[in-house]
Ligand binder design. Structure first.
Ligand code: ADP
Ligand code: MG
Length: 244
């Protein structure tokens, strides 16, 4: 579904992403792990068009999307959440998701009072499946940090993506929230037939859910493989566990 091929991105002299490679198969739950500063967010920004690569290719369902703007990439079926929560804090929880559903349906210009009755069923379905129904009328900015991260996932679902990209979905969450969120991610992949790509700096989080793991270190791809392959890789052991 997605192939990242030898992608580079520098900021001045600094190579934030340095020849990274990544493959995501349809229906897979794929994780990118690496310490802070490894280049994970930059890589996701390149995939979703917030940044353009200096060189290399990003292919989505057979099409080169490397130089498309974010809204074009979103239309093609990639939606994302951000490491730093990105919601409309003054709208209700329901309103946040409704805006995404309506913009997917190209009715967002109708978002004034009469539009309140539009897309309500789709919006309710999404809130139901992420477990936020009971907070639908709450003001988004008043939610806990954990619930705001979940709301951001719900907004991304409103875009009806084929590929959902989550940047550190459990960042800042308590251990209980983290466990619940990982269960949610697994369930969403199944229920919505989604392909999910997410990144994390916590190994345990990744090992609990991902079918394929790409290890990023100083902008480079050390390896992509399953749990065993990643654990046994000597470069990963050196870079990540500080082992021999
Ligand atoms: P990660 O998400 O893995 O923590 P990032 O992709 O956010 O890593 O950052 C990788 C490196 O690139 C960091 O050293 C960061 O300081 C640098 N970086 C990221 N964005 C910019 C930018 N817009 N300008 C300059 N340096 C940046
Ligand atoms: Mg990051």
């Amino acid at each position: 579904m997605l192939q990242v091929e030898a992608v580079n991105k520098s900021f001045g002299d600094f190579k934030a992403v340095d020849g990274a490679n990544l493959a995501v198969e349809k229906g897979e739950l794929v994780a990118v792990i690496g310490p802070n500063g490894a280049g994970k967010t930059t890589l996701f920004n390149l995939i979703t068009g917030q940044l353009w690569p200096d060189s290399g290719k990003i292919i989505f369902r057979g099409e080169d999307i490397s130089s498309l703007p974010p809204y074009e990439i979103c239309k093609k079926g990639i939606a994302r959440s951000f490491q730093i929560v990105n919601i409309f804090p003054r709208l209700t929880v329901f309103g946040n998701v409704q805006v995404a559903v309506l913009s997917q349906q190209r009715k967002s210009s109708l978002l004034f009072p009469p539009a309140q009755n539009l897309a309500t069923e789709e919006t309710r379905d999404i809130l139901e499946s992420v477990g936020l129904s009971h907070k639908a009328t709450n003001i988004a900015g008043s939610l806990s940090h954990g619930d705001q991260k979940i709301l951001e996932m719900a907004i991304a679902l409103g875009n009806e993506p084929e590929l959902l990209i989550l940047d550190e979905p459990t960042a800042g969450m308590s251990p209980e929230e983290t466990t619940a969120t990982l269960e949610l991610i697994k369930r969403l992949a199944g229920e919505w037939g989604l392909t999910i790509l997410f990144c994390e700096h916590d190994m345990d989080v990744v090992f609990a859910v991902a079918q394929s793991i790409m290890v990023m270190h100083q902008g480079r791809t050390l390896i992509q493989g399953n749990l065993e392959e990643v654990r046994e890789n000597r470069e990963v052991q050196k870079a990540y566990f500080g082992g021999e």
